[in-house]
Design a protein around this ligand. Structure first.
Ligand code: GAL
Length: 670
């Protein structure tokens, strides 16, 4: 029988779009308005519900100084609305118009060699220029005034891929003022940078240069911090301009770039509503560990779900060889992002511009205006997202394990690698991530000052530089009962990028009950053996020394350079209910997996689906009483997976307790 009381309740408004979005970067300014409808029909047919527009369109929005032309944007938004497509508006600062930089040359960036950049490419602006900021604020305010209440504008992207700094005199003067505000006196700066070395001592602030790669380590670190703060303040003026007019419902982000490290992403991300990144493979195929870790890194900036603002429709144009992803791999890659906490996946770009620098880049619609073969795969993805959205709404990744990632530590190692081939991301962060994630199917990647209490295990690969706040956080975690694992090169430098006066790991040496006696850059891998089996340490080895009676040696080096022979390579020390472990050797994958297994069992982490067949990736998202398993088979052969209990695949509607997936096959299970 009908319940009339209930039937009279007003229904909640229909959401304008599903909560998982497939999108495309669309450039209506490059096409006659008469063509837009055809593009939007094709988008709608592919279940594309999101477009990002405007981020390079300054010369169309403001063709001459103060002459704002935003009607075309309004038309584009209304045309998209008719096809149930919502909009993210890009502010256009990454591509200033020619009139601007010609009339105000101080807005052009100065390159490292002292020459001015010029018009004809993009990112030619000076991010520290007050004049440039006046112009970006003005155009952004105009956009926000016009579209800040538009129901179809759901968000904003500030600029595009912050990347290039400027090295001119005015930037240098700002850097010197920034240093003065931080260090107060030159005596303080000189002492903390040990400038007596090579007579670097400064007598006045204006003597301090900009150094990017080979300079005093204190100066190098401070320049990077200044660069990060300056991106933050450049972003701030945009945020203020948008907030002045726009409804808070319109969320603001900027598109970051995974492992890119030109600035500290934690500094910049803290002011955003959500994080997003541009996920490109370039040449070859999806690397699950490296790419998965970059997703988790991005999720860690604000410790919540994020967007993939751009990704490749098959191939790019900027690799040495721009090979295409396999048939099925583009869809699998999008699901890989969702598994790690993405809520939107957007293809760059919709259709090839007829001219311009990127004519060969992958697209969904060719220069002729008709779909390319990949279009059908994205259409299938769009249908997937519509089916799975209700199930995934309100879910995210919850992990018992955190990996710590720190920009100053990466910079500090990269400036003085000591072994040129030692890369902190490829040789420390990603291998440890891979070993842990392969067994647990979820890992958080966070800053060393983020709250650690929720985690049973915290692993800090190559955490070279430890600030007092990080030290307090790590020590508090161990004393509170957590298990902290530090790996090679950790705990060497302080907040000024100076060497600690204790051996590694610096201020936490006592807690460890051991220390690094000496580090060695290696030409040939050295043998290492013990609790985690036999392995070899390539590139780098640290000879450990035990200083407390109850510190346990887990691994020892075999015969190598004499110095390392039979010396401790990994140690562990219980601290009350907590534990701290230091691993001075790198390990080959087998031993690394066994080390990860040991870490997980020592820390009491329970494993979900521990025995997946080769090439099968599992991601788990949960929330609101739901647990959703996303399974993908990357192996060339079909794989059969036994499920913990009968589950329903929301993509096919079928329920079973085992599932067979072909290569790039996906199941989204409840
Ligand atoms: C991104 C950029 C896009 C486009 C794309 C090509 O880095 O944000 O505008 O150039 O690369 O892969």
């Amino acid at each position: 029988m009908l319940n009339f009381a209930a039937a009279q309740q007003p229904l909640p408004p229909e959401p304008r779009t599903p909560s998982l979005l497939v999108g495309a970067a669309w450039y209506p300014e490059q096409w006659p308005e008469s063509r837009w409808e055809a593009d939007l029909v094709l988008m709608e047919q592919a279940h594309i519900h999101l477009v990002r527009i405007g981020e390079f369109a300054w010369s169309t929005m403001e063709p001459s100084e103060g002459n704002f032309q935003l009607d075309w944007l309004q038309h584009a938004i209304r045309a998209a609305e008719k096809h149930h497509i919502v909009v993210v508006l890009g502010t256009p600062g990454a591509a200033p118009p020619a009139w601007l930089t010609q009339k105000y040359p101080e807005t052009l960036r100065t390159k490292e060699d002292g020459r001015k950049d010029e018009h004809g490419n993009r990112q030619q602006f000076d991010w520290s220029s007050p004049k440039y900021r006046e112009f970006v604020v003005r155009v952004t305010e105009r956009m926000a005034q016009r579209f800040g209440h538009d129901p179809d504008v759901i968000g904003w992207q500030v600029d595009n891929e912050y990347a290039t700094e400027s090295y001119g005199d005015s930037t240098r003067a700002q850097f010197q003022q920034w240093l003065q505000a931080k260090y107060k006196t030159l005596d303080n700066l000189n002492r903390r940078w040990t400038t007596a070395y090579w007579s670097e001592t400064y007598q006045s602030w204006d003597q301090i240069p900009i150094e990017e790669t080979y300079g005093n380590p204190g100066l190098l670190l401070n320049w990077k911090e200044f660069v990060s703060d300056t991106w933050r303040s450049y972003q701030r003026v945009h945020l203020d301009a948008i907030h002045k007019y726009a409804e808070p419902r319109q969320k603001i982000t900027t598109n970051m770039m995974g492992w890119f490290d030109a600035y500290d992403h934690y500094t910049v991300a803290q002011d955003l509503d959500f994080a997003s990144w541009d996920d490109y493979v370039g040449r070859g195929h999806l690397d699950l560990a490296r790419n998965g870790a970059a997703h988790d890194l991005t999720r860690g900036f604000l410790r919540k779900n994020f967007w993939v603002m751009e990704t490749q429709p098959g191939f790019v144009n900027w690799s040495p060889n721009n090979t295409a992803l396999d048939k099925g791999e583009v869809r699998a890659m999008a699901w890989h992002a969702i598994g790690h906490g993405a809520e939107a996946v957007e293809y760059w770009q919709w259709r090839s511009a007829l001219n311009g620098q990127e004519q060969y880049h992958g697209v969904l619609v060719g220069a002729d205006g008709t779909p390319v073969p990949l279009y059908a795969e994205v259409q299938q993805l769009g249908a997937d997202f519509e089916k799975a959205a209700p199930t995934l709404t309100g879910t995210t990744v919850h992990s018992d394990i955190a990996i710590l990632q720190d920009y100053p530590s990466r910079w500090a190692i990269d400036w003085q690698r000591h072994n040129k081939s030692f890369d902190p991301v490829s040789d420390a962060i990603v291998p440890w991530y891979a070993a842990l994630r392969n067994q647990t199917h979820s890992v958080d990647m966070i800053a060393d000052t983020a709250p650690l209490a929720p985690y049973k295990l915290v692993v800090a690969p190559a955490l070279n530089l430890l600030t007092p706040a990080a030290v307090a956080n790590l020590v508090g975690y161990v004393r509170g009962g957590g298990h902290l694992v530090l790996t090679q090169r950790s705990g060497m430098k302080d907040a000024d990028n100076s060497l600690y006066t204790q051996r590694q790991p610096g201020p936490i040496t006592e807690l460890l009950g051991a220390r690094v006696e000496q580090w060695y850059a290696l030409e040939d891998a050295v043998p290492v053996e013990g609790q985690w089996g036999s392995s070899k340490s390539p590139k780098w080895a640290e000879q450990l020394g035990v200083t407390a009676k109850d510190t346990e040696v887990l691994m020892r080096y075999g015969k190598s350079n004499g110095w390392l022979d039979d010396q401790p390579a990994a140690v562990t020390h219980r601290v009350g209910a907590g534990r701290i472990t230091y691993i001075g050797a790198a390990l080959e994958p087998l031993a690394m997996n066994s080390a990860a297994r040991w870490m997980l069992s020592t820390s009491g982490v329970t494993l979900v689906m521990p025995d997946l067949p080769q090439g099968v990736d599992l991601a788990v998202r949960s929330g609101g009483g739901k647990s959703v398993y996303i399974l993908t088979n990357y192996d060339a052969a079909a794989q059969t997976i036994a499920l913990p209990h009968a589950m329903t695949d929301v993509l096919t509607g079928s329920t079973a307790s085992s599932i067979t997936l072909p290569q790039y096959g996906i199941a989204v299970l409840r």
